[in-house]
Design a protein around this ligand. Structure first.
Ligand code: IPM
Ligand code: MN
Length: 353
């Protein structure tokens, strides 16, 4: 097949992990006889510096012409000014909104070869396989707000409409049907009006999926249950900010935040794929970054936007095999284990493809 992909390396460790994603895509293209046309664009801090906008029009246009977008990371100390009019993160949020990518899928699983690296008792990790479905274009991130300005007040608003909750809930229930048929909906319905709307809407949507079990978990309790009984969760459906926080927490089960991929989807096949980790400015440019989150995001792109399931499975298996054979970047290495670079890790994956 032929597909057009917009690559957005962004800031910090972004370009380093994106280079590995490209190497893997080239290999898959030649191995399976596909043509992937890659266009590179600007997003985030580097886009502010070179184009004066964290989400430049050129990037928007390139995205509109693409079948999928691959993004590495945005942000850095340089742009961390509370007074600034534009911020790297704004570019990412504007892009999610522009393309209507309301459902963010974040799978979390454990790797037997990394179990010793996880600061939880190994028996708790047995069978952990969670899919977060995070609402991505509503809630606190996009509600009415007031910046700090000259005054002493600033606020963000948690606002949801029934339609926004319905569409992301359908994504969660459909995903659960292909898994262990359980949805845990996270909210704070005991305190927040928006979360009472969330809960009652999810209850209604659940009527369409009698084969899927639904439970409701308050977000604070969920944060605790994730640590005490992680294997009991199947699909976790959460509003934007709760999903952001809980998925970082759950990344610990996989060994490192650097391991997690994500897919941001809307109504069609088009999607934005990015690792869950950030730009890690403290290790940028040193070849220390873990490329797994990025490479598994490529696999999700192959699966959801390009419908290349066999290629996605092959890439995931190649990553698993590299880890099982002992490939370790610093974030997943225990004392005494040999640490390899970002590029060496990707080489180990390529060798298994
Ligand atoms: C994520 C990130 C973003 C978010 C930031 C960079 C805007 O933390 O993708 O999880 O909060 O959504
Ligand atoms: Mn986050």
């Amino acid at each position: 097949m032929k597909a057009t992909i917009l690559t957005l390396p962004g800031d910090g460790i972004g370009p380093e992990v994106m280079a590995q994603a490209q190497a893997v895509l080239e290999k898959i293209a030649s191995r399976y006889g596909h043509e992937f046309v890659l266009h590179e664009g600007l997003i985030g801090g580097i886009a502010i510096d070179t184009a004066g906008d964290s989400f430049p029009e050129e990037t928007r246009k390139l995205g509109e012409q693409a079948d999928a977008i691959l993004l590495a990371a945005v942000g850095g100390y340089k742009w961390d000014n509370p007074q600034a009019k534009d911020r790297p993160e704004r570019g990412l949020l504007a892009m999610r909104k522009h393309f209507g990518l309301f459902a963010n899928l974040r799978p979390v699983k454990t790797y037997p070869s990394l179990a010793q690296h996880v600061p939880l008792r190994p028996e708790l990790l047995q069978g952990v396989d969670i899919l977060f479905v995070r609402e991505l274009t509503g809630g606190l991130y996009f509600g009415p707000r007031q910046e700090m300005g000259e005054g002493d007040e600033a606020y963000d608003t948690m606002l949801y409409t029934r339609g926004e909750v319905e569409r992301v809930a359908h994504v969660a229930f459909r995903a659960a049907q292909g898994r262990r048929k359980k949805v845990s909906s996270v909210d704070k319905a005991n305190v927040l009006a928006s979360m009472r709307l969330w809960r009652s809407t999810v209850v209604k949507v659940a009527e369409d999926y009698p084969d899927v079990a639904l439970d409701h978990v308050l977000v604070d309790a969920c944060a605790m249950h994730l640590l005490t009984r992680p294997a009991s969760f199947d699909v976790i459906l959460a509003e934007n900010m709760f999903g952001d926080i809980l998925s970082d927490e759950a990344s610990v089960f996989a060994g490192s935040l650097g391991m997690l991929p994500s897919a941001s989807l809307g109504a069609g096949r088009f999607g934005l794929y990015e690792p869950v980790h950030g730009s890690a400015p403290d290790i940028a440019g040193q070849g220390k970054a873990n490329p797994v989150g990025m490479l598994l995001s490529v696999a999700m792109m192959l699966r959801y936007s390009l419908e290349l399931e066999a290629e996605a499975v092959a890439l995931e298996a190649a990553v698993d095999a590299a880890l099982a054979a002992g490939a370790r970047t610093g974030d997943i290495a225990r004392a005494g284990e040999a640490v390899i670079s970002t590029a060496e890790f990707a080489q180990a994956v390529l060798a298994n493809l």
